[in-house]
Design a protein around this ligand. Structure first.
Ligand SMILES: CC(C)(COP(=O)(O)OP(=O)(O)OC[C@H]1O[C@@H](n2cnc3c(N)ncnc32)[C@H](O)[C@@H]1OP(=O)(O)O)[C@@H](O)C(=O)NCCC(=O)NCCS
Length: 220
């Protein structure tokens, strides 16, 4: 079981991260791998009623890796946390298979009421650096969340969302069509699709104003 976890997760890191040069390097130097392995132990303790011990093991994991995964969170297979530092995954979060997240990602709650408070992330989802996914919302299979996005509503399968609050990106093809593996895009707020639309409207307004001025001059 542990061997299968290691083999398939190390393979996932090597497929996803061009910087990973050998299995040994991933085994020794990838805090995401260590955090998920430690969560295996803390989750086991949690499910067997040893809540404080589970929390303590999770706390040690956080100390060693900078990644905080509550022992109650449920993680799928081949979960890759790249870089890792500052990741927070809440108690009732659920993560599907082959999910890929970067540093500073939060799967957090927005309510203190007991019960399901954190997101459910479908299979094959990518969550960019610094993104916050908040509340008991569902992120559909294959969705991609841009770096620094704040997601507060469900994301349909296969959709790419960016910005604050996160909105779908329109590509040349259907909304959300993949154009890259999602690696390494800056988080300039000026790239927010809403701001982009405003820019277009501002341009059209300027054009209309100059037409009106021209027409007024022609009449004089
Ligand atoms: C969201 C993401 C997956 C989209 O990738 P993509 O499908 O290749 O999309 P593009 O780069 O073609 O961008 C599509 C549009 O969204 C905008 N956009 C992309 N990423 C954005 C982001 N994080 N925030 C705001 N807007 C963004 C682009 O400017 C572009 O706008 P335009 O259509 O008006 O020109 C990718 O940009 C991203 O954020 N990946 C996360 C990478 C990451 O965290 N890397 C850390 C490595 S250490």
């Amino acid at each position: 079981m542990a061997l299968m976890f290691l083999t398939e997760t190390i393979r996932a890191y090597r497929q996803r991260d061009p910087a990973a040069r050998s299995n040994l390097e991933v085994f020794l130097c990838y805090p995401g791998l260590h955090a998920v392995a430690i969560h295996g132990v803390s989750g086991f303790l949690w499910r067997h009623g040893l809540h404080t011990l589970g929390r303590f093991v999770s706390h040690i994991g956080r100390f060693l890796t900078g990644i905080e995964i509550h022992p109650g969170a449920r993680l799928g297979r081949r979960f890759v946390i790249d870089h890792g530092m500052g990741v927070v995954i809440g108690e009732t979060a659920e993560v599907g298979n082959d999910v890929y997240i970067y540093h500073q990602v939060t799967l957090g709650g927005i309510s203190t009421a007991p019960g399901k408070r954190h997101p459910t992330v479908g299979d094959n989802v990518i969550i960019g650096a610094g993104a916050k996914v908040l509340g008991p919302i569902f992120i559909g299979e294959g969705a991609r969340i841009g770096a620094n996005a704040v997601v507060v509503a469900a994301v349909p399968a296969g959709t790419t969302v960016v910005g604050i609050p996160a909105r779908p990106v329109e590509h040349g093809g259907p909304a959300g069509e993949a154009r890259s593996g999602g690696y390494g895009t800056p988080a300039d707020p000026c790239l927010d699709p809403l701001l982009h639309e405003l820019d277009i409207l501002r341009g059209e307004l300027t054009e209309l104003e100059s037409r009106i001025v021209r027409m007024a001059k022609e009449r004089v």
